[in-house]
Ligand binder design. Sequence first.
Ligand code: LLP
Length: 463
Amino acid sequence: MSRSAHPAGPRHADVLPEGHYTAPADDLNALDPKVWAHTVGRDADGVVTVGGIAVTQLAEEYGTPAYILDEADFRDRARAWRTAFGTDADVFYAGKAFLSRAVVRWLDEEGLNLDVCSGGELATALSAGMPAERIAFHGNNKSPEEIERAVRAGVGRIVLDSFQEIVRVAHTAESLGKRQRVQIRVTVGVEAHTHEFIATAHEDQKFGIPLADGQAAEAVRRALQLDGLDVIGIHSHIGSQIFDMSGFEVAAHRVVGLLKDVRDEHGVELAEIDLGGGLGIAYTSDDDPREPHEIAKALSEIVTRECEGARLRTPRISVEPGRAIVGPTAFTLYEVGTVKPLEGLRTYVSVDGGMSDNIRTALYDAEYSVALASRTSDAEPMLVRVVGKHCESGDIVVKDAFLPGDLAPGDLIAVPATGAYCRSMASNYNHAMRPPVVAVRDGAARVIVRRETEEDLLRLDVG
Ligand code: LLP
C-alpha cells in the first residue's frame, strides 16, 4: 500500500464550512464501542482487528470494499433480545435488514424467529432450514404465488395488510384445505420521530389498515368470518431508527383498544400483539440506543398496563428487530483511492465503493462515522466527506467526519454500523459488483455472501 504525500487539507483549526458534524473526537484512533462491533479493536501495530483478524489481512484475502461481520457479536445481540423477551414473547428477526443462509442458521441456533417480506426472503429462510412455523410473512402486496408458497410451507403467520389480502389468503388456505394463522396489520396514527420514508404508522402511507374510522375493526370482523383464517392477533410497526419509547406507548394503547373492541363485539380475546421493529442503533457517538432488556421491560409494562385497564388477558407480545441486531455487527472496509482537499471547504476522500453498497446516506441523509483502519495516526484531524466512485455527485458514504490529515491513497478506512440495510439495499449501479459479506469469528474468517463478478453481471444480460 502506498503512503504518498498529498497537499494538506483544511484542518479543524481552520475555518469550517456549514455542516452536521460534531467536533472531532479527542483521539481519532479511538474506536467508540457504541458504534463498532463487540470484538473490534486495534492490534499492537494500530491496525483495526475484528474477531482477532487484522483488516489488512481481510483486505488482502477478500478485497475491498467488503462488509465485515462479527459473528460473535451477531449471536450475542440475537441472544440478548431472545433472553430479554423470555419465553412469554417472541423475537422475529427482520430479514430485510440483512439475510443470508448463514444468518438464518445463526438465528435458528439462537432461538429467534424470522420475519420475511418477499418470496425471495422466504426461499432463503426455507432453504437454510428455518422451520416454517417460526416464519412470519409480511408485505403490502404479496403475489398469489407468494401467498400460496407461504401457506403450503406452513408459515407460522401471515401478516395481512389490506382487505383484498384477507380474502386472498383465506381463499388460498381454504383451497389447500388449510387454516392459516394470520395477524392484521394496523396503522395507529403515530408519527414516529424518524425519516419520512422509514416511518410507517401515520395513516397517509401504503402499509396497514387504519384504526381510524373503524377500518381495522372491520378488517377483523371480516377475517373472523372466514374459515381459511385463524386470526391470532394484531400487528403494528411504527417506523425505524426510533429511540423514543413514547411512540410504542401510543401504539400499544391503540392496539389494545382494538383488542377490547373485538372482545366486546365478538367475545374473542385475540392472543397476540406484535409491536414490530424499529429500535434505533448508534451510527455515530451522538446516538444513545437502549438495551434489549430495557426495551423488553418497557414494552411488556406498557402492554400489561393497557390490558389491565381494558380488563383483557395480556396477549403474547412479539417484536421484529432487524437493524438493532445486525446493524452494529458489521462495518464496511474500503480502500482510499484519492484524497482531494478543497481549500476552505473540506477534503473529499474517494473510496472503491459508494452508493451501490450504502445507499442510506443518499436516500435518508443518514449519518455515519468512519475511522482510519490500516494504521493509527497522530496527524491533525481534517474534515472529510467520504464519497464513492459512482457517476453521481450525491454518491456520498459519510457526509461529514474527521479523519487524520495524513490520510493517503492505499489507506484502509472502515465505516461502522453498516450491517443493516446496506448489503440488503445494495445495487449494481454503474455495473458495480456488490461486495462480499465476510463473517469473522474466533480468528477465522469466511465468506457468507461472495463478491459479485463480471461473470455474474453478464450472466443476467442474455444479449
Ligand atoms: N417489521 C416490519 C413490519 C418492518 O416493516 C420493518 C422494517 C421491521 C420490522 C424492521 O425494522 P428495523 O428494526 O430493522 O428498523 N431501509 C430503511 C429501513 C426500512 C425498514 C422497513 N421496515 C433504512 O435503511 O433505514
